[in-house]
Design a binder for this molecule. Sequence first.
Ligand SMILES: NC(=O)c1ccc[n+]([C@@H]2O[C@H](COP(=O)([O-])OP(=O)(O)OC[C@H]3O[C@@H](n4cnc5c(N)ncnc54)[C@H](O)[C@@H]3O)[C@@H](O)[C@H]2O)c1
Length: 299
Amino acid sequence: MSLLEGRTAIVTGAGRGLGRAHALMLAKHGANVIVNDLGSSASGEGADQTPAQEVVSEIEKMGGKAAINTSDVSDWSAAKQMVEQAIDTFGDLHILVNNAGILRDRMMVNMSEDEWDVVTKVHMKGTFAPMHHAANFWRAQEKAGKKADRSVINTTSHSALFANIGQTNYAAAKAGIATMTIVAARELTRYGVRLNAIAPRAQTRMTEGLRELTEEQERRRAPEWIATLVAYLASEQSAPISGRVFEAWGFGYSVIESWQHGPQMEASMDPTEIDAGVKKIVAEARKNAGIDRGQELDP
Ligand SMILES: NC(=O)c1ccc[n+]([C@@H]2O[C@H](COP(=O)([O-])OP(=O)(O)OC[C@H]3O[C@@H](n4cnc5c(N)ncnc54)[C@H](O)[C@@H]3O)[C@@H](O)[C@H]2O)c1
């Protein structure tokens, strides 16, 4: 039996890049897939059904089952309809891959209100809304005695985990997604739902031209390396893994270890007395992990 036989998935932003690879990988391993994509530009403008339609056709050509959804994932009622569409079309829902995303990079001092609003909306609300509606369905299923392994895979970023300059909007949203994943994992265990997040690195239109790549680096940045981990996390085989954030690309998979308690001192009620103590614990603490450290992993 295939890894995902009999399971139904929603993949958001599945018309291009990583989402397309996730949808194809899930379908290849037996899942029915709702292929969601608004078809917007990399900065979130416009709409086009073609990318989602092409992925549906690709899946059908390889003998899989897929249906198109072209709604905006950050639209609350459209996200509810997307969950209902999966259930109406394929009879159930087991997997939700929140992947849709856009970029509007700008140094913080120059960032406009719109650049802040639209990026945080597409990523944070665009992850929360489908997750919320799917979780409501799963809670009802569990209460009706229908047990199943249910899996959500959210998409965070190194930008959030290692603080990329020029991306306060995107990094804040992606950090929100990472933490929201862990909180929801704690809340939803009782309904048979596992939630994990991935911080991918791949060559897509989002990262095109950012830096020159050798042939080997380009090969290791194919989205399929990441889709493999997504398909695994979507499968029952990965139970009971939940509440984890994974780095993923062609150079390997790793588990991110989250915020930790660091050096400590006694509290005071007098701000003139704590200078030496605060400087001491800051000096003793490990530095924040930086994006440069992440890049050293790129051989
Ligand atoms: N490529 C990387 O290296 C990288 C690194 C870190 C995180 N990510 C994240 O991975 C995800 C996929 O990125 P990608 O590189 O494949 O980009 P991409 O631009 O190739 O694909 C994103 C897709 O999302 C769709 N989309 C955008 N807004 C939408 C909305 N509101 N509703 C529905 N669909 C929408 C777009 O139409 C597009 O097809 C994003 O969340 C991105 O932030 C990518």
